[in-house]
Design a protein around this ligand. Sequence first.
Ligand code: FES
Length: 291
Amino acid sequence: MSGHEFTSYFPDSGSVDLEDQSTSIDETTYAELRELASRYPQPRSALLPMLHLVQSVDGRISPKGIEACAEVLGITTAQVSGVATFYTMYKRRPAGQHHVGVCTTALCAVMGGDVLLETASKHLGIGVDETTPDGKISLERIECNAACDFAPVMMVNWEFMDDMTPEKAIVLLDDLRAGQEVHSTRGATLTSWREAERVLAGFPDGRADEGPSAGAQSLLGLRIAESNGWSAPSDTSTSKPKAMSSATTKAPNEPAAQAQEAAAGVEETPEAKVPPKQRRKATKPGEETAK
Ligand code: FES
């Protein structure tokens, strides 16, 4: 019936590209997929990391990758592709050697995120969700990275590039294309998107402690509290800002002192004993989050 056809505004986003059957998945990949599945009490809980492994091998969610995940987990390919097409971190078309994201959510937008995206798009000659013809760089518009204190933020292979400007973006893109060594502003030396995907799958590359973790902006509140002698309230059942009152600017009692110590000594908390990179990965915005 004319006039009732459904037109998608995202014609390439809905499904895995079944026309491209190329794959590098082999017995080693199968063994690693099985290993991932064995890490969970319920094997299908491993599907998200397994899909990251598929991306590290095939550079996208390939039809063979979907089949392999389904086979290892004993579920249907429809169930696997239903998950793979739900999350934006899973790519249905080949990503570039480096995958570049530009945050244009509120705070980054206010600080120039849209201009950054436009600059990157023009400089690369590609649109959002496209890859340069040489396969070097793919571009994505991303949602808040929970790095608003460093806005506007770009990501390369899911690593932070903070406090960006259009000029810095052009240098970054040129360096990536030229194969120059590039360091994340709060992380390790950048490798490739596929290598990053392998880490996300759960196969560490041994570089979790490379580079800085918390930046000065993130620690500013702590520094202000320290310089004012503020401490955490001892009674956490109340939300009243007692810690800001004169009564709590005296020498802190023991629980408050412990809380302050924990806040000040980031590396001393149990959570902080997790390597910085793993902490970043675990809380990285957009990860396993539907957009
Ligand atoms: S709005 Fe861009 S990191 Fe939060």
